[in-house]
Ligand binder design. Structure first.
Ligand SMILES: *Cc1c(COP(=O)(O)O)cnc(C)c1O
Length: 473
């Protein structure tokens, strides 16, 4: 498979180059596959549904081509995914696709683990180690640290703003040993990012050390996220007739979004034949994309802080990829935009728990609220022309912008697949404020709480960071 760049259709690079470069150094554009091919019908219609591992292999094969031999690719997948993405039906027309069964309890494990092992594979012939530098405002650092932990030939340095991330997040970042280290920077997330960016442009440093980033724009993080859309939607198609008593229900994927990497992966899965009729782009108050779907204007803006903080993004980096796949008009046919404020998020955690018994995290809760409003008539209102009042949370749009599947939801022939992107125990306090108790901690989160903190202090001054790198890399 060859990859092109979102800003220059003439670019044509291998999978290895796309992964190891991260982004096109000439244009600053993002890599996307040149073609996306539908999986064979015999595979998609297999009964019983193919395993998560079989789907991962079949899809990865398409994007890796012959750059990694089959047996090695399967070994990478086996090593990446000792966990899967189970679906949990919480009422007759709602399924939760649980993406938090990985080591750091968030969906980013799916992408980060694959990227780490693929980079290690391409790095295997090198005699010098590859040093990953990553700045984080919370979740990304732990997913990347955990993904590379123990991976040979690569080490990771995580920079995070001291005192500005949650105590649990800090434990998840700072307790690694071996090839993953963390620096608590006396400054903000922007200071952390600046230190990393300055290091990447420091040619003296780059001449001495092989440096790389592991950020969310890497195509190797995006591709594996399509595995669970295919797996989840095939499982739902297989059973929803029994649960919902609807024949041939259409599946709507509801995606709590920030940088829109997860949703972009969903669009790719759909092109590969995942039985997903449409998507809901569900955001918190950072509603750049729902606004774009609604009024046609793309207006990135500074982010605002919310309870679903992993989605606090005002200028989503994967918008560039989404719009390379689909125009505004095409996007509107597939996607609806929804947004919710913090008060609504807490109400959603409560209503999901009261009505289904399921404890959902603040990110997934926005998905639940979006789905619940759609199946109880919000789409009907769009089609009737009774618009959502200006500036109010909810489903955005008009009759003109409503997706092609809108009328089917009115006829109640849809089921929802809500992507639950994190374990609710990562946001215990918000959950307690909503339902009166904290969710129980999974063992792997409980364990990090008792590990010693190994982070080292760092100032926001580049000279100091640089001399640390020179001593420690
Ligand atoms: C990163 C993250 C998101 C947002 O995902 P994008 O791919 O950036 O849209 C949502 N929920 C959680 C818990 C996350 O960690």
């Amino acid at each position: 498979m060859r990859y092109r760049d979102t800003r220059n259709a003439e670019t044509n690079v291998s999978f290895e180059t796309a992964v190891m470069q991260g982004m096109d150094p000439q244009t600053g554009g993002l890599y996307i596959p040149e073609t996306i091919t539908r999986l064979p019908s015999s595979f998609l219609n297999r009964n019983p549904v193919p395993s998560f591992r079989d789907i991962a292999f079949e899809v990865a094969k398409q994007f890796v081509g012959d750059e990694i031999p089959d047996d090695e690719l399967m070994a990478i997948i086996v090593d990446c995914y000792p966990f899967t993405a189970p679906i949990t039906p919480i009422d007759p027309t709602t399924y939760v696709l649980e993406l938090y069964h990985g080591p750091t309890c968030a969906f980013k494990d799916f992408g980060a683990r694959f990227m780490a092992r693929v980079m290690a594979y391409f790095n295997r012939k090198e005699s010098n180690p590859l040093h990953i530098l990553v700045a984080t405002s919370g979740d990304t650092g732990s997913a990347v640290g955990s993904a590379f932990y123990g991976v040979p030939g690569i080490d990771v340095t995580i920079l995070y703003p001291d005192g500005k991330i949650s105590p649990l997040q800090e434990k998840q970042l700072s307790t690694f040993d071996g090839n993953v280290r963390s620096l608590r920077v006396n400054g903000t997330f922007d200071d952390c990012q600046k230190l990393v960016k300055t290091a990447f442009t420091d040619s003296t440093l780059r001449n001495r050390f092989r440096l790389s980033s592991a950020n969310s724009i890497n195509i190797a993080r995006l591709l594996p996220q399509s595995f669970y859309y295919i797996y989840g939607s095939l499982l739902i198609r297989d059973r929803c007739h029994f649960d919902s008593k609807i024949d041939c229900a259409q599946i709507i994927a509801v995606v709590p979004s920030g940088n829109f990497g997860n949703l972009t992966s969903g669009l790719m899965a759909r092109q590969m034949g995942a039985p997903i009729e449409g998507f809901v782009a569900a955001t918190n108050s950072n509603r750049t994309v729902p606004d774009w779907l609604n009024n046609g204007e793309y207006r990135p803006r500074p982010s605002v802080e919310t309870l679903s903080n992993a989605m606090d993004v005002g200028a989503p980096s994967n918008f560039e990829r989404m719009s390379a796949f689909y125009s505004l008009e095409e996007s509107r046919k597939i996607m609806a935009g929804y947004w919710l404020d913090d008060a609504g998020t807490k109400d959603a955690i409560r209503s999901c728990h009261d009505r289904t018994g399921y404890i959902i995290d603040p990110h997934g809760a926005i998905g639940w609220a979006a789905w619940d409003s759609i199946r109880s008539g919000a789409m009907e209102q769009l089609l009737d022309g009774s618009k959502n009042p200006e500036g109010m949370p909810g489903l955005l749009g008009t009759k003109k912008t409503a997706p092609v599947w809108a009328k089917n939801c009115v006829g109640k022939s849809c089921v929802g697949m809500i992507l639950e992107t994190a374990h609710p125990a990562k946001f215990g306090e918000t959950v307690r404020e909503s339902i009166g108790r904290e969710p129980s901690m999974p063992e792997r989160l409980e364990r990090v709480l008792s590990l010693p903190d190994r982070s080292q202090p760092m100032s926001s001054d580049y000279a100091e960071f640089r001399s640390w790198l020179e001593k420690n890399l």
